[in-house]
Design a protein around this ligand. Structure first.
Ligand SMILES: [Zn+2]
Length: 100
């Protein structure tokens, strides 16, 4: 939920409100009922950045795990195929040796 920071134009009180984006903005100070101004830059911007970081972290963590899994299976397949490759190479060499 985004946080919106407001500042009262009458008494100067700054306060934060958790609001849905669809919620109407607060227009009166909780202390003096005066007019309040929405501070867009500070509160909500910071929170959006934070939640963005969290999402990226979570994503990269699961991505890393998936990549590791893939890497492991690839390495396994790779080593077994290289083993086969060596064997077939040996066979070829062995077959070649008596011919020459
Ligand atoms: Zn006020």
């Amino acid at each position: 939920m985004p946080t919106y920071e407001y500042k009262c134009l009458d008494c100067g009180t700054r306060f934060e409100e958790f609001q849905q984006i669809t919620d109407p903005p607060i227009s009166s100070c909780p202390k003096c009922n005066g007019k309040v101004k929405k501070l867009i830059s500070a509160g909500s911007g910071l929170l959006f950045k934070g939640s963005g970081f969290y999402t990226t972290d979570y994503r990269s963590e699961s991505y890393k795990k998936a990549a590791d899994k893939e890497k492991q299976s690839v390495t396994k397949a790779d080593s077994s195929s290289s083993k086969k490759d060596k064997k077939s190479k040996d066979k070829t060499q062995a077959g070649k040796t008596p011919a020459s």
